[in-house]
Structures are given as C-alpha cells and as structure tokens.
Write a new protein. Structure first.
Length: 275
C-alpha cells in the first residue's frame, strides 16, 4: 500500500483533453485542494507523494485531492470555466460534495465552484485570493506574463518567491526557487506552446470578477489572508469577507502570499474549520 494512500490520477474528457490530480490520505471526509497559478507551470502529475508528505497532518482526517487545470488550456479560458472542470472531475471520481481549500488562483476557481455548484461544496476556505482584479494583482501578473513571453522561467520562480515570503523566509527559499528555475525549467518553455498554458491561467486571474455574485455562497466560509500580501493584497481578503454573508476572516500579521507555508498554525486552522 502506498505511503499515506498517495496516488496520481487523470480524468479524461471526450475531446481527448485531461485533468491531472494527486490523491493522498485515508480519512472519511473529502478535501479538495485547488492550487494557484503555478499550476500553469506544472500540473499535479507525479505530485501525490510530495503532497502527502507536505500535508501529512491532513491525511488521517481527510482523503485529499489536489486537482489541476486541464492539460491543454485554450486561450481566454476563464476561472469560471475552470470551476466547471473541477465539478466534472468530482463527478467522474464519484465525489458528491467536499470541503474545498482554494489558494490564490485556486481560490478564484473555488468561488465559482461554490456559486455555480453549491451542492458540491460543504465548507470553503479561500486563502490569499481575491474576488476581482486589483492594482497589486495586476502588477504581479503582468510581470510574470512578460517573463513567460520571453521564456524567463527562472525569473518567474524568483519573483514569485520574493513576493510570497517574508524577508527572513526569502533568505532561505530564494536560492531554492532560483535552483528550481534552473533544474525544473520545462524544455520548451521559451516556445509559445511551452508557456501558453501559464499565460492562459495568468490572464484568467486578471479577468476574474466574482465580486457581485459572492452573496450567493451559502456554505460556511473562512477567508484567510496576509496583511503583507504582495500578490493578491490583504485588502482583497477583507473585501471577500465583506461580500460573503456570515463568512469568517483571519489575517496574519507580517505574512504574505506564502503564509500557507510560513504560518505554523495554518493546517491546524484548516482542520479546525473543516471540523
């Protein structure tokens, strides 16, 4: 039997496209994790064991699925369409409903999932995300898109780390991300087909606009943000909280977009809310 129930899988569409997912844990409840725009650089393929080790604290209580975006993303594919794909994957895997944890762009997708498919979401945590474009988000995404267009994979990785972590954490993680920018770089990233998937996901962040429909979310919601978030902004978390009736809000002082890695109590907070 695999470690912590770790297994990789893929759900196919009739047109030949597919969505990768990673599964781990053997708990009685299902938890869906939706990752950020970094999914445009690498899908969940082969990530089951690393995810199981990283989030082993969740493995006893939950069966966890990290669900990617479809492997081939057409231009201008929206976060709302990505949510439709998540609902389809859940259906194929026989998941009626689940707790959903959306991080960054994954949170944008999770918003639409809870709005359009309320029966699929038991409880929802929206982490370091936004309900619409803002100045902070645009500056970050625009920079990454320009780097992608010129094939600068290392630049994307380094800038992401610098914007995500506190200064102390960046001293540790900055060199790691720089190394990943070298050894983890896709062979064809400098070609349009190599970075097109990332560009589509990045663009979908800029066109995301669920603010006027957040009131439709009726499941319990916890919004988690960082006051020093240099990608989505802390104010974005506050806005989501204000727009979702009955939602809870927790903001970390001194932390930013990478708080789900830096905050020692993050997973405990997730478990407590999902119960």
């Amino acid at each position: 039997m695999s470690i912590l129930g770790a297994a990789n899988g893929r759900v196919h569409f009739k047109d030949g496209n597919a969505v990768d997912y990673a599964r781990f844990g053997r708990g009685p409840r299902v938890l869906i994790m939706l990752p950020g725009v970094g999914d445009g650089l690498k899908t969940a393929e082969g990530m089951a064991l690393p995810m199981a080790v990283l989030y082993r604290e969740l493995a006893e209580d939950f069966t966890v699925y990290m669900i990617s975006r479809r492997r081939e993303l057409p231009p201008h594919f929206t976060t709302r369409q990505m949510a439709r794909d998540v609902a389809h994957v859940m259906h194929v895997l026989g998941i009626g409903s689940a707790c959903v944890l959306g991080v960054s762009q994954g949170g944008m997708i999770a918003e639409w999932l809870a709005i359009d498919y309320p029966e699929k979401v038991d409880k929802l945590i929206l982490t370091v995300t936004t309900c619409r474009q803002n100045t902070v988000l645009r500056e970050a995404i625009d920079g990454w898109m320009k780097m992608a267009e010129r094939g600068d994979y290392r630049g994307i990785m380094t800038d992401t780390a610098q914007k995500s972590y506190s200064p102390a954490r960046f001293k540790i993680m900055g060199p790691v991300y720089a190394l990943m920018g070298n050894i983890g770089r896709p062979e064809d990233f400098d070609k349009p087909e190599g970075h097109g998937r990332f560009l589509t996901q990045a663009e979908s962040c800029l066109t995301h606009d669920a603010g006027s429909e957040l009131w439709k979310i009726r499941c319990p919601v916890l919004v988690i943000g960082g006051k020093e978030d240099r990608i989505a902004s802390g104010e974005a978390s506050e806005e989501i909280h204000e727009r979702i009736p009955g939602s809870e809000l927790y903001l970390y002082d001194g932390l930013g977009h990478g708080l789900y890695e830096e905050a020692g109590d993050f997973l405990g907070r997730v478990k407590a809310f999902f119960g």
